[in-house]
Design a protein around this ligand. Structure first.
Ligand code: ATP
Ligand code: MG
Ligand code: MG
Length: 377
């Protein structure tokens, strides 16, 4: 079988690796050059995009910001999973909020802004602590601005004045004082079967995911049920096929959806070593119409992102249950270079292993690690 993935980054690479034992050949589309490439070497393959589309059993995406004309061409084949509407929801915060509201899924209080003068009304209704997000093309916290004090509003407007808000509106959200960030990742098959992984707890730093722990600690049955209900409502509401990730804010005993990712997700990388079936394996199974694999965890796991950093000793591999997954990219700014997965038999042991790991890594690149280790110990 063949699967064509739009996007040629680390997620396509990890899908490729998951495809090998399944006998599924994964090819990637470099969406900039519109060429078909090998997902690991990124070298062009000897076929046109049209030939690759025709040869594939399924087409899918590794990121939501695929140019629309490519998505339309892919959708015409009838093999794009998830569907184009769903991918466009993930790529556009205005559509995303509309879907959440239509399906009555709790999310962050927000307003859509197409004219900077509307920001005054946002402050009046949502308060003076706001997160302002470009509706398109943002990721890892890029394309976001913060207002923490109404007196800074005019300066913020000046900063945003060059944006064309009729082309790309802003979504203005109330800055929530949440207890923590969680995510639920699951899979829906072509026949409508749904499986979900345990909730992951995600630690962000400057808008970027640094550490995930799964299963998240201190999760009540009610919270699990709430998350599963949210996932089911969204997956069924979109007639979704494949892996879907839902980012959540926990506020007391209530979950609010932050955003959706219509694809495999960074907060699910722990499943590579920490669950019976990885998210990449399950995504391929779903889009190829194969039976889904078990999503049960093997024990407590952590995933640590390696961000903008290459200089550390590979001796960390001597920590039992510690795995490195390197993406083979050149270092640039705060780019995700790889991740480290750690598995253990208990949270305390996981904490001990993370503490050991923190000692081998430069603290400035891993600012959340030592504190998280301590919490678990
Ligand atoms: P991703 O890389 O996950 O796609 P993104 O650029 O799309 O990131 P968001 O997930 O919307 O951005 O926001 C990034 C982070 O900023 C969140 O994980 C959270 O830590 C913080 N954040 C976003 N929205 C809010 C909010 N309304 N209130 C408080 N914090 C928020
Ligand atoms: Mg996002
Ligand atoms: Mg996010």
């Amino acid at each position: 079988m063949q699967v064509l993935v739009y996007g040629a980054g680390q997620l396509a690479q990890m899908m490729y690796l998951a495809g090998v034992p399944l006998g599924i050949d994964v090819q990637a589309v470099d969406v900039g050059s519109e060429t078909v490439v090998h997902p690991v070497s990124k070298q062009p393959l000897d076929m046109s995009l049209m030939q690759a589309i025709e040869a594939a059993d399924a087409l899918t995406v590794e990121f939501e910001h695929v140019p629309e004309h490519l998505l339309e061409e892919a959708a015409k084949s009838g093999k794009l999973m998830p569907g184009i509407e769903t991918i466009l929801v993930g790529a556009d915060r205005v559509r995303e909020k509309h879907l959440l509201d239509t399906l009555k899924v709790a999310n962050c209080p927000h307003q859509v802004v197409t004219d900077l003068a509307q920001l005054d009304d946002c402050v009046a209704t949502l308060g003076e602590r706001l997160i302002i997000k470009a509706s398109r093309d943002g990721y890892d916290g890029y394309g976001q601005w913060r207002l923490t004090d109404a007196s800074a509003l005019e300066a913020l407007k000046a900063q945003l004045s060059s944006l064309d808000l009729t082309a790309v509106p802003l979504v203005v959200e109330q800055m929530l004082d949440f207890d923590r960030e969680l995510s639920i990742i699951g899979i829906r098959s072509k026949s409508g079967e749904i499986k979900v992984y345990p909730l992951a707890e995600n630690l962000h730093h400057q808008g970027q995911l640094h550490v995930s722990v799964a299963p998240a600690t201190d999760i009540s049955d009610e919270l699990t049920e709430q998350a599963q209900q949210i996932f089911t409502t969204l997956a069924e509401g979109m007639d979704y096929v494949g892996v879907l990730a839902v980012e959540l804010f926990q506020c007391g005993d209530k979950l609010l959806v932050n955003e959706l990712a219509p694809r495999v997700h960074n907060s699910g990388h722990w499943t590579l070593t920490g669950a019976i079936t990885s998210q990449f394996d399950n995504h391929l199974r779903a889009v190829c119409g194969l039976p889904l694999g078990d999503t049960v965890e093997l024990g407590p796991s952590a995933m640590v992102n390696v961000i903008g950093c290459t200089g550390f000793s590979r001796d960390l591999l001597s920590i039992p249950g510690c795995h490195l997954h390197w993406y083979g990219k050149t270092v640039r700014g705060k780019r995700k270079m790889g991740h480290i997965n750690v598995t253990a038999d208990s949270y305390q042991e996981l904490g001990n292993k993370l503490a050991e790991l923190a000692q081998t890594l430069p603290e400035e690149a891993f600012p959340k690690l030592a504190k998280e280790a301590k919490r678990l110990q």
